[in-house]
Design a binder for this molecule. Structure first.
Ligand code: PRP
Length: 215
């Protein structure tokens, strides 16, 4: 049976395609894609869709895609009707709390405002610290919000740390590490068990090869 796979566009896309390539999958169409969004694998019985991270979860939850590759950041923020079966160990970064050096969030008395693209992650983090904060949802360039006085601090993704540094923000805490995960539709895991397990096996071997190469 054929498998359909939702891949997250953008930052994760190149690394995911490289990984599939290294596993011996036929990803030529994904590398020379123009404006197309659906691609057939040239070697395996597999079809790829390129979608935004949140939509990757939606397609998998609804069974339109049997499997998906998406960041743990997106998984932590929403969606739960899928199996998360493999850490691909690519797209590594972390969730952090940051602010201007003078905004000592954790010792501030009174109302605290936090800007973030990830309100659920931010809310859960501050609840775990016993802090009641106001969450302000922002869709991008989150680092700007404390600079302009919209909020006292942010919860965001940090990869290299360059964006924080260039905007004069400092890391106050790490919320958790993040990497890309393979998620699987619950029905597909039963009905296409062999195909899904073969894919997981191939990707797992590549995860191990990558880890060995780093040693
Ligand atoms: C992400 C994140 C940070 C930046 C971190 O934003 O929200 O702004 O990358 O990366 P760095 O630590 O390597 O500097 P993205 O580039 O996805 O753009 P956005 O802010 O418009 O969402």
């Amino acid at each position: 049976m054929s498998l359909s796979m939702a891949l997250t566009k953008g930052r994760l896309e190149k690394k995911t395609v490289e990984m599939l390539d290294a596993c011996g999958y036929g990803t030529e169409a994904l590398k020379d894609k123009g404006r197309a969004l659906v691609f057939k694998d040239s070697k395996k019985d597999l079809e790829y869709f390129l979608v935004k991270a949140n939509d990757c979860i939606t397609y998998v939850e609804h069974g339109v895609a049997d499997v998906g590759v998406v960041g743990k950041d997106t998984l932590l923020e929403g969606g739960k009707y899928y199996y998360e079966l493999l850490d691909l160990e690519i797209g590594k970064c972390r969730f952090i709390v940051a602010s201007l050096p003078e905004n000592d969030l954790f010792n501030k008395v009174g109302h605290i405002k936090i800007g973030t693209k990830y309100p659920n992650v931010a809310r859960n983090y501050f609840l775990s610290k016993g802090m009641d904060v106001e969450i302000i949802k922002i869709d991008g360039s989150v680092e700007l919000s404390p600079l302009l006085g919209l909020c006292d601090g942010i919860v965001d993704i940090m990869e290299t740390g360059a964006t924080l540094k260039e905007n004069g923000l400092i890391v106050l805490d790490t919320v958790c590490p993040i990497s890309a995960r393979l998620i699987v539709n619950k029905a597909s895991f039963k009905l296409k068990r062999k195909e899904v397990m073969d894919l997981i096996h191939d990707l797992e071997q590549e995860v191990l090869r990558n880890a060995a190469a780093l040693e």
